[in-house]
Design a protein around this ligand. Sequence first.
Ligand code: NA7
Length: 543
Amino acid sequence: MPQAREYYDALIIGAGFSGIHQLHHLRKLGLTAKIIEAGSDLGGTWYWNTYPGARVDSELPIYQFSDPELWKDFTFSEKFPGWQEIQKYFQYVDKKLGIKQDVIFNSRVASAAWDDSDDQWAVTTEDGRVFHSQFLLLCTGIGSKAYIPNFKGLETFKGEMHHTSRWPKEYNFEGKRVGVIGTGATGVQVIQTIASEVRHLTVFQRTPNLCLPMRQRQISKEEHDKKKEDLYPILFNRRNQTFAGFLHDFDAKLTLDATPEERAIFFEDKWEKGGFHLWLGTYIDLFTDEKASDETYAFWRKKTLERISHLPTELQEKLAPVKPPHPFGTKRPSLEQSYLEVYGRPNVTLVDVSESPIEEVTPNGIKTADGVEHPLDVLVLATGFDMVTGGITSIDIRGQDGIPIKEKWNTEGVRSYLGLAAATYPNMFWIYGPQSPSSFSNGPSSLELTSEWILDMIKYMKENNISSAVPTEGAQHAYSELVNQLGQTGLWFKAKSWYLGCNVEGKRVQMLQFPGGIPAYAKLCNDSANKGYDGFDLKRFAN
Ligand code: NA7
């Protein structure tokens, strides 16, 4: 017997912050919607990343949904909560909004194909289920596709091996020799957490992390409660007014316009505040003037050396080199709690793989180009993700011309309109993805902004009998050129970062996000909406 066609007004891929926001508000608009989620629970990034020490590096209270219904009765206990507490928050959100009833868990989307004849998407999961919808919302996040470099001999390793985003529920490193490849945000968190638990820790560092002090602190329920009524709405409102969606913003002054004394006081203040203040709350020219970047780096190095002055000079130089590895902040600095102190422990060795690259993984450990074999029982791959685009390009998405988006982006480069839609892929929107402010921002700030804009557009389409909307090639070209130009005006290309796709071998190098800040991004989006969604071809239902 033929099966009934499974149709929803909207299909959402991914049950993290963005997917949940979409589902809740689409339902409020009266649309039928389902989330398809590869994991077995809510959380997105926070479902997958459960490695030791995983915690958010955007601060509370602004790292959560702004809806008062969702913050008035939930209280985070730390300024930068760990994955366990964030997972509890997602359960709380579910209790409030009844999200799970509309999530199809343990289902990974394999493909999506647009059909112009009925203005619908057909979405197929890896286990062969087919769904149809008018709208397709890609809420796949910026770090959902793990990246493991193609190390020779990786499969021969006889010990335990884990990529950080696929962490086992049970593990015990006591008495073990553990190796960690990678010192990005993830590596820093793992390293500072497990160093005291393991017999020996070998850190394979290619680029030192110019990490900043997190300044973690406990926040009591009383402290939250005092602020909730009067202050929280103001704080959430401020998120859309700052460059990166935090409460702090750049200072309008240029670094070298400040006197050395003013600068010293200014930097010291940012350092003491901790978090991203010295990065996204410093002088406005950090990303555009190399001299400004050098001044910031010199300050960072002085402060860092104060903490590691007891280490051998050679080790100090590897962690905080005289010559900056890249302009300060053009790679994302991580927030650390006890990372630098780890290198003073007798059971920790730092191997500089920029000097002596990893040659191969052997059954017993890692062999570097200097011929040394580092014996390991456990290998931790903190090697990151196919950032920003990987969640989308790992799905075979075909639009009006039948060409997979992956193929298009590989040949033409990533192109979009407003960092949320692409020409020839009608009624498909993504949130917190390519050419949006995504990782230059506090996640919930920019994803709520984009998500609300998309919801308004869908509402407009419904009210105006519009069956499909697709960006014009012209609008897409203009927006993508703007992103490229903004990328070129900064120092970004002086670093090999995932902001540009440099972290994945063979990936096309280009600015992957909108680097102009949230207010400028919001203006572009609002300008289009105010002109009846200028830049989109809108097709009306025939009736
Ligand atoms: P990242 O920031 O991409 O870090 C990956 C790390 O792995 C980084 O230190 C890389 O060195 C290192 N790496 C990658 N390939 C190699 C090879 N072949 N040899 C040696 N070292 C290598 O990923 P994270 O998971 O830490 O963080 C991703 C984001 O998720 C984070 O910024 C937050 O926004 C959340 P490199 O620096 O490239 O020299």
